[in-house]
Write a protein that binds this ligand. Structure first.
Ligand SMILES: [Zn+2]
Length: 586
């Protein structure tokens, strides 16, 4: 094992780290192992006796890590790190457990995660009747007129179909009967559809004769009655009615709710080993509130926020005020924009090159136009922002590559763009090489592959499913780094579940979804750490356990790089450490 301290590389890095951090680390460095000045200064925290995956360029394994003032000052053998243990040093005995860089959620929705903890969680509901029963229980506790909200239902996960059924989904009859005086709005797990009862439809201004807004669909039964299922933008009027109902709240109530949701999201992230979170889309107003929390030191997880839901004109005017690149030990970074060209495959919203196998009249939905996203791309180049565009279907991916390619010429020579496609789920093999040529990153979610596996062949047919979906191996072979995540709250934020999906592609029914595209263990670990750091321009600060990087560490009860596949699903996070501070302990 090689010494990980005081090599010339670490010293070079130290030169600029020193500008950002405190004198305490400088002392540790001044006295480190191969320095003539003597023994190392004691660290604040030492973890030893473990299986430590550094995820450095050589995937070096180590036994121990020392952290001072939030930064890693030594990584290596127990013997080497012993020099950093003083009377005041907190020592955590790993006892053979695994330690690695804190997980970085590559694409999630931070405030939605917090909010999802305050409304009905329908993820594990076994069927529609169970959901109606949960709503009935909530109604019993609510005042008449108060909104009942939930999210996470997915008709393909139910143990039996609803009765009556329209396009695989329920109709609102039983829901309306259970909640005649409270509007009910239940978000689909994908976020691309919602289900409303009669009163919520009425509050949204929908009648039997309504037309949906552009890009949306109102599902009807055979008599032309609204079933209550609102696809894509058809959710808008009902969501707006809910938002209107919230206008009466006082500023104090709003602020208290906001803080509660920030903390609930952090609690959930930390309990799963997530130390940094890339948020796929938040408006300026919420960013302002998060800035205040960061200034107070009240953000427990490091956030990388993509700007969302602002017009191109507004972004052109205001982006310079919001440019907050990572300075290392910070909790709020803003330097990217989120756009969304299409919907999701499950709800037939992904924009495809050829029609759906099970809906031959449709090639999916365009949610935000090519022209509008092209406008965003120019604004982003002008202000030095990264663009991260949601694209799920193969046509959507091709269109986004075209947009990126067309505007890259207007970037300055040497600009480090690292633009991303979020999801990149269904990609024509011809387009893989274009990701590599353009330097576009594939921000994918391992767990989506196994969740979606049961219905992908239904939507696309077997050939397209095999040749065009979740092409991790093809991307990596082409030199395109994969970023991993969960799209929480679409999925549970658990990185270990997504890691498991990434390396096994094992679905709930026990089948394996085209295993030729699997990642190896170390590839999956890199996809969740250093690759995500790179995708946020933060690889100098995080994503690996190396001297001069942040002391963000996850401790897991077993070695996820070597345990048999069958034991991987039982792996649990024991400790989550952010900036050298234990923020979660199982
Ligand atoms: Zn998302």
């Amino acid at each position: 094992m090689t010494s990980r301290v005081c090599n010339s590389c670490a010293r070079a890095r130290w030169a600029w780290v020193a500008a950002a951090i405190t004198v305490g680390v400088a002392l540790a460095f001044a006295g480190c192992a191969d320095d003539a000045a003597g023994p190392a200064a004691p660290a604040d925290l030492v973890l030893r006796g473990g299986v430590v995956a550094t995820v450095d360029a050589d995937n070096t394994m180590a036994e121990a890590v020392a952290i001072t003032d939030g930064w890693i000052v030594a990584v290596g053998s127990d013997e080497l790190v012993a020099e950093f243990i003083g009377a005041e040093t907190e020592v955590i005995e790993l006892g053979g457990r695994f330690a690695g860089p804190g997980f970085i959620e590559g694409h999630g929705h931070y405030m939605s995660l917090g909010n999802s903890k305050t409304i009905l969680d329908l993820n594990d509901a076994p069927n529609w009747d169970a959901i109606v029963a949960m709503v009935a229980e909530a109604v019993a506790d609510a005042e008449p007129g108060e909104w009942i909200r939930g999210r996470g239902w997915h008709q393909e996960k139910w143990d039996r179909p609803p009765e009556p059924v329209v396009e695989g989904n329920p109709t609102h009859g039983t829901l309306t009967a259970a909640s005649p005086e409270n509007p009910v709005l239940l978000g689909h797990a994908s976020g691309h559809a919602a289900f409303a009862n009669a009163l919520a439809l009425e509050r949204g201004g929908y009648t039997r004769d309504s037309e949906p807004p552009p890009g949306g669909e109102l599902v009807r039964d055979e008599n032309g009655e609204l079933t209550g299922l609102l696809r894509e933008t058809a959710q808008g009027p009902v969501s707006a009615a809910f938002a209107d109902s919230q206008l009466g709240r006082s500023p104090e109530e709003i602020e208290a709710q906001f803080r509660r949701e920030v903390m609930l999201a952090a609690e959930e992230a930390l309990s799963k080993g997530v130390t940094s979170f890339q948020d796929a889309g938040t408006g300026f107003g919420t960013i302002d509130r998060l800035k205040e929390l960061e200034a107070e030191g009240a953000l427990p997880v490091r956030l990388y926020i993509m700007v969302r839901r602002q017009s191109n004109e507004e972004m052109d005017a205001r982006l310079p005020d919001y440019y907050m690149p990572s300075e290392g030990d910070d909790y709020l970074t803003v330097r990217s924009i989120k756009r969304q060209i299409d919907g999701a495959l499950g709800s037939h919203g992904a924009w495809l090159l050829e029609p759906y196998e099970d809906m031959p009249e449709s090639v999916g939905l365009v949610l935000e136009t090519v022209e509008d996203i092209t406008g965003t791309a120019h604004v982003a180049i002008k202000h030095g922002f990264q663009v991260n565009t949601h694209a799920i279907g193969d046509r959507a991916n091709r269109e986004v590559l075209d947009i990126y390619e067309a505007v890259f010429d207007s970037a300055g020579a040497g600009d480090d763009l690292r633009w991303r496609i979020e999801h990149a789920q269904h990609v024509h093999p011809d387009d893989i090489a274009r990701f590599a040529q353009l330097g576009v990153l594939a921000s994918m979610q391992g767990v989506h592959a196994t969740s979606d596996a049961p219905w992908i062949p239904l939507r696309l047919g077997d050939d397209r499913a095999r040749e065009r979906t979740y092409l991790w191996r093809s991307f990596m072979d082409a030199g395109v780094p994969i970023n991993n995540g969960t799209d929480v709250p679409v999925e549970d934020i658990d990185p270990l579940a997504s890691f498991h999906s990434s390396v096994t592609r094992l679905t709930v029914d026990g089948s394996i979804f085209y295993p030729e595209q699997n990642m190896s263990r170390i590839e999956a670990l890199r996809s969740y750490t250093i690759n995500n750091a790179y995708a946020a321009f933060e690889e100098e600060f995080k994503g690996s356990l190396e001297v001069g990087k942040l002391g963000d560490v996850v401790v897991i009860d077993r070695d996820i790089l070597t345990v048999p596949d069958g034991e991987l699903a039982d792996a649990r996070v024991d400790l989550t450490i952010v900036g050298g501070v234990v923020r979660y302990e199982r």
